[in-house]
Design a protein around this ligand. Structure first.
Ligand code: ZN
Length: 155
């Protein structure tokens, strides 16, 4: 495994649309392993493949509620409610802001064995699902930030 470089805002790749994974090859497995190590090292709660320079529809989400999830070709299949809370992004260091997201989100995706599964998350997990899936379509949380906040305001 390897810790990969995380692409920062300003790099045009972050605005590109990622392509679906057609087949889980050894290369994809290696990417997943490297993304796991990179996310753990960065102490984040989510990472999209585009953030390590690979335009594939793959994200990791790691929250207390969901544990570490590998989501290949993820799609939001249900959502409910609304929340306004703090978000940040490993590609935009030092910036925090309030966004509006659904309170609960269900994602259907494929795992590394090619099996389809669904997972529902609320609160932070719901925000992480939305945030990471946005990355796959070239969107950043700052596009929908209601207001930027000072790091001191985060409890
Ligand atoms: Zn992000």
């Amino acid at each position: 495994m390897a810790i990969l470089n995380i692409v920062k805002e300003g790099d045009p790749i972050l605005r590109k649309t990622s392509r679906p994974v057609d087949e889980i090859t050894p290369r994809i497995i290696r990417l997943l392993d490297d993304m796991r190590e990179t996310l753990a090292h960065a102490e984040g709660c989510g990472l999209a493949a585009v953030q390590v320079g690979v335009l594939r529809r793959i994200v990791l989400v790691d929250t207390e509620e969901t544990g570490l999830l590998e989501l290949i070709n993820p799609k939001i299949t249900a959502y409910a409610g609304e929340q306004e809370n703090v978000e940040g992004c490993l590609s935009i260091p030092g910036v925090w802001g309030i966004t509006k997201r659904p309170a609960s989100v269900t994602v259907t995706a494929m795992n590394r064995r090619g099996e389809t599964f669904s997972v529902t998350g609320s609160d932070l997990a719901a925000r992480a699902f939305c945030h990471e899936l946005d990355h796959l379509d070239g969107k950043l949380f700052t596009d929908k930030m209601i207001r930027r906040i000072d790091p001191d305001e985060i409890g």
